[in-house]
Design a protein around this ligand. Structure first.
Ligand code: PEP
Ligand code: MG
Length: 733
């Protein structure tokens, strides 16, 4: 394509060339306008007067049908097809044979390419293949601005261009403005066509076979550890070995595409074809297929070992991210993360929080609406994403970012100020952590230690089961980094929504009420004992504080405690140092324990209230389900009474108690906790500054006097009353 040629002439030359090479009398290109109509942009063989005149609404005519199908249409006698729509201006009366294919980008149909012939005939399969390849290259050329000028593409939906606002769920707090970087990069135009099809076929075959071996190994590798049933991986395996998927890929390569382009094309076709499906089963299969495509692309690129170079202020866009994906990006450039799916408990969200990268997830249709380089805003305060935002929105967000930064600077100044209430009570603020990277920020936060170290994170971000040596190394690193500050390790809290790809657990109807956390540890003690062994080894003669998640019954706690003793005895027998002091605690997360504190507290060295779980069980509302998780308020009489009961019982028995659920990091909720008498709070690092600010301004006696009557309130929520109280007492919440 000569650079200087006017755009329309270029496009006319393209259709002429395609018509000649396909031995067709007609070749036409339709592109999608922002109005949703497919417009004839160029034609060879139809009346040139119809260009930019003929427009077809969604679903109208054969072009609309192709758009709906997201796949090719091959007809011997087009006018007889029920969807045929006659347009006199085109002069298409004499043409019977019709073959049309969609121009696909990122699973969206952005145009249609059609060839027609006078004589009735069905085009050969090879012709359809050829036209699909041409369409793929054409879509990339148009999108890349190689064929039409910016002006001509102004309201063409080759890539979405209007400002859009998508509502999602907040996964990691914060705000960011930057440019979109697609985690799943489209293959560049230059990399679409293969010079040597045989070599490409061989590459593809090797990559597919490597992928199949990998998946088979995933299935075979870990039997026995959890007694898993492997449903999900089985489906994966079936798909990876599926003939239709393999054939579709092979056919695409056979027709001249590179292996990467073949994967892209098959992926695009699937997304266009079943992406709209309502059937959850089909949609689930599409996800599995997408994962397979991603894996296959990684095999083709030699395991994707080369790190992506990020632009400044990169906002990563992905469907969901695998265990270690986020850690592979340059942290200094990555400002935010937008996910189409995921949950706040997903790996990516956990890592994003650990790295303090604002993240919004569950943004339906995200990837189809954003192109590489688009300006985007991550509003993880409101749980929204703005794509190609208008200048006023950008201005508003930058103002908010400025305010947020100023607030953070204020918190940083409080770092070394001890947290005393205005009436002189010492409050100890701890940080929740789960990854080695968390430890880097411990000194910056001013936290007095780690009140909850979620050991399962290491398991969740690794590709396979961390060995004893890896576990020991992590725990030792954490203890070294903490120095004099105490660290409370919580043993593995897996199961429920925290599933590991390599330890696929049996699907349960009620995972939150199922085989998880300590239950799993006691039933399969090998895993728990390995972890306790690692903890004892890492402690290496220092203090060991360990607690167990989701204890629902005191006997479980006794059994777990006995395992710790056993591991220490094992270490001593081998001449290794025992911990200088051992403290074993229970998390109070199951409501049952609240009614058996008299039995628990005498045998526990400390307890920690996991309000995230305790509240989900008390209110029978799945914490991971956005439809129900916000239906109740922790600032309500039942929740506050339960917490008050726990606090009082601990006070009576002299058992140290902390709160380590998310509410400990929210100033208003933490204010209520202080009022109830809690003086040890463990929270995400970002909560420490705001909570300390609250503590410094709080008169605890006055707070209790204000909160006590609220415990007897008959309202479902006392949030407004707690807010009013904080205002009255001039507490900084
Ligand atoms: C909790 O349940 O409150 C808790 C701290 O544990 P997690 O959030 O890891 O379940
Ligand atoms: Mg919990």
């Amino acid at each position: 394509m000569a650079g200087g040629e006017p755009a329309q002439a270029k496009l006319a030359a393209v259709v002429r060339t395609i018509a000649v090479s396909m031995v067709a009398e007609v070749c036409s290109i339709y592109l999608l306008r922002a109005t949703g109509e497919m417009e004839l942009f160029a034609t060879e063989g139809l009346d040139p007067g119809a260009v930019h005149v003929t427009q077809l609404k969604p679903g109208e005519g054969l072009v609309g049908e192709i758009m709906r199908l997201g796949g090719p249409l091959n007809l011997s006698d087009a006018p007889r097809h029920p969807s045929f729509s006659y347009r006199p201006e085109t002069g298409e009366d004499p043409f019977h044979a019709f073959m049309g294919v969609p121009l696909l980008r990122g699973g969206r149909v952005v145009g249609v390419l059609v060839v027609q012939n006078r004589t009735s005939r069905i085009y050969a399969e090879d012709d359809v293949e050829d036209l699909q390849i041409i369409a793929m290259v054409l879509a990339e050329m148009v999108a890349g601005g190689n064929l039409l000028s910016r002006e001509e593409l102004k309201d063409v939906e080759i890539a979405p261009r209007r400002p859009e606002r998508l509502k999602g769920a907040k996964f990691a707090e914060g705000l960011a403005f930057g440019v979109a970087v697609l985690h799943e990069t489209p293959v560049a135009v230059g990399g679409l066509l293969a010079d040597d099809s045989n070599a490409e076929e061989a590459r593809l075959a090797t990559a597919i076979s490597d992928l199949q071996t990998q998946i088979d190994a995933m299935l075979d590798g870990h039997e026995g550890i959890l007694g898993a049933s492997y449903d999900v991986l089985e489906t994966y395996k079936m798909l990876a070995h599926s003939r239709s998927w393999n054939h579709a890929l092979q056919d695409a390569v056979h027709s001249g595409l590179t292996a990467e382009a073949a994967v892209e094309r098959v992926r695009s076709e699937h997304r266009a074809g079943i992406g709209q499906a309502r059937d959850p089963y089909l949609r689930e299969r599409l996800h599995d297929l997408e994962d397979l495509n991603d894996r296959l692309l990684r095999h083709l690129s030699g395991d994707g070992a080369t790190a992506r170079v990020l632009p400044e202020n990169a906002i990563l866009i992905a469907r969901s991210l695998g265990p270690a994906d986020l850690l592979e990006y340059d942290r200094t450039k990555l400002r935010g993360l937008l996910l189409e799916e995921g949950s706040s408990a997903s790996h990516a969200a956990i890592v994003a929080r650990a790295l303090d990268i604002p993240c919004v997830g569950r943004l339906a249709g995200l990837r189809d609406r954003v192109s590489e380089g688009d300006p985007v805003i991550v509003d993880a305060e409101g749980g929204e994403a703005y794509l190609r935002p208008r200048p006023d929105v950008i201005k508003a967000i930058t103002t908010r970012m400025g305010l947020r930064a100023a607030r953070q600077a204020g918190f940083a100044r409080l770092r070394d100020t001890p947290a005393f209430t205005s009436d002189g009570a010492k409050i100890t603020l701890f940080m929740n952590a789960g990854l080695a990277v968390d430890m880097d920020i411990l000194p910056e936060t001013g936290a007095e230690g780690i009140g909850l170290f979620r050991t399962e994170f290491q398991f969740m971000v690794s590709e396979d089961l961390p060995r004893l040596s890896a576990q020991t190394a992590l725990y030792a690193k954490v203890l070294d980094a903490a120095g004099e500050r105490p660290v409370t390790f919580r043993t593995l809290d897996l199961g429920g929504d925290k599933v590991l790809p390599y330890l696929e657990a049996e699907r349960e109807d009620n995972p939150a009420l199922g085989w998880r956390a300590l239950r799993m540890g006691l039933d399969r003690p090998a895993l728990l004992r390995m972890q306790l062994r690692a903890l004892v080894a890492a402690t290496n003669g220092r203090v060991l504080r360990v607690m167990f998640p989701l204890v629902a019954n005191v006997d479980e706690f006794r059994a777990a405690r006995a395992l710790v003793d056993r591991e220490i005895a094992w270490a001593i027998r081998r001449g290794r140092p025992a911990p200088s002091r051992l403290e074993v605690g229970a998390m109070i997360e199951a409501p049952s324990l609240v009614w058996h504190l008299d039995a628990l507290l005498p045998i526990a060295d400390f307890v920690s209230v996991g309000t995230n779980d305790l509240m989900q069980y008390m209110f029978a509302a799945d914490r991971g389900n956005p439809r129900v998780s916000d239906r109740y308020d922790v600032l309500s009489p039942p929740a506050l009474r339960a917490l008050s009961t726990i606090r009082d019982a601990c006070l009576d028995s002299g058992t140290p108690v902390s709160v380590c659920g998310e509410i400990a990091g929210r100033p208003l909720e933490a204010f209520a906790l202080l009022a109830l008498g809690f003086d040890r709070l463990s929270m995400p690092p970002t909560g420490i500054g705001p909570v300390k600010q609250m503590v410094l301004s709080c008169d605890r006696e006055a707070a209790w006097r204000g909160v006590e009557p609220l415990l007897k309130s008959t309202s479902g929520s006392v949030r407004a009353d707690v807010e009013a109280l904080a205002r009255k007492l001039m507490v900084n919440v």
